[in-house]
Design a protein around this ligand. Structure first.
Ligand code: ZN
Length: 103
């Protein structure tokens, strides 16, 4: 088998992502569910505050994270899915706009 990291577009559940998303920086991460900051993602894959399991990771930096950090993270928990934060935010904003028009 030959494996490599390849970006994938898939139709995703925004609520599910929002509840299980860790937003990572170079040193620590933030929980998207409860907004807890400063989570050491080298030690834990659940939120110390709201206890949610992190299934998705994203980076706020438009150019993404340095690849070695991302690779280390994905190797330590292979079930993690790296998502594009911009895609997620854009989809959320669209959803909010739709809900405003419905109300
Ligand atoms: Zn949390």
């Amino acid at each position: 088998m030959h494996s490599a990291y390849v970006r994938v577009w898939q139709n995703m559940d925004l609520d599910e992502i929002g509840q299980h998303l860790l937003i990572i920086g170079e040193l620590s991460g933030d929980c998207n569910n409860c907004r807890k900051v400063g989570i050491d993602y080298n030690k834990t894959f659940s939120c110390p505050e709201c206890k949610t399991d992190f299934k998705y990771v994203a980076s706020r930096r438009p150019e993404g994270l340095p690849f070695h950090i991302l690779k280390k993270l994905l190797e330590s928990k292979p079930s993690l899915v790296f998502i594009d934060f911009k895609d997620f935010k854009l989809a959320q904003d669209r959803l909010k706009a739709k809900q405003v028009f419905k109300a």
